[in-house]
Design a protein around this ligand. Sequence first.
Ligand code: PEP
Ligand code: MG
Length: 315
Amino acid sequence: ERKARAAAPITPGALADGTPVPLLANLGSADGAAGAVELGAEGVGLFRTEFLFLDAQQAPTVVEQQEQYTRLLSAFGGKKVVVRVLDAGADKPLSFLNDAEEENPALGLRGIRALRESETILREQLTALAAADAATDADLWVMAPMVANVEEARYFTALAKELGIRTAGVMIEVPSAALLADRLLAATDFASIGTNDLTQYTMAADRMLGTVATFQNPWHPAVLSLVASVGEAGRELGRPVGICGEAAADPMLAVVLVGLGATTLSMSPSALADVRASLARYTKDDAIAIARAALAAEGAAEAQQAAKDAAGSVT
Ligand code: PEP
Ligand code: MG
């Protein structure tokens, strides 16, 4: 029998000058919630709802979903929980939403595109989420995956609000969305950058394919440059810009991302402690200087080295 031990208080994510950088958890089921809280997660930055239904042959019912979402939100009373509507397709196909015959599923009917074709499923999911929100005191934010243009951002935000979601946003993981971040953010409440897909689509390299794995590197200045434009748009419009891809789990890259304008970072709970410790070493001005050095490099390896050198010279 495991004894409950008194958890040492974990400080919230912040830079050395006190600038808060809330550190959130990426989760795929409510089962991980307690563990994430124990590791100091200040909320959830990405709840991947498609993970709940990978084996389902039919779309889940509203009641079934409401039960799952209520369980998740209850574990984060008073805290922010960002839930992503079903991101079906490519590496995460759902039989009730995707056509198995697509030749290039990463470029096909995935994410918001697939949901739009089956709008009833999207409406039911948003309805279940709004009901779970009403039944708990967590601060629910809902976002759409694979948004590629402003029209999709407008569509999703309007539908979410119509169905009772208070805060609706979009993921930025397609270069077109990052390039038009100012217009996209004007059409919605917040953005969360998915660096896994943003890297895949920027570098034109399948994230699932081992032979091109070296391209899947979020340190690449081409990717950082897109993150920078989203950060700038967020700052100008006063909209939160989170990061929820794997990049946020790299302690040095996390500093760079904050320097580029990210306001929150979300990661697998096991990465929280190292990222928290890294952020605490640098001020906002340091982070901006480190980010500038990485951004000016010619490739991913050079950017990583430049950040390391710049970090060494500010501390
Ligand atoms: C991403 O693309 O970075 C992301 C967070 O979403 P997923 O990995 O689930 O596609
Ligand atoms: Mg993604």
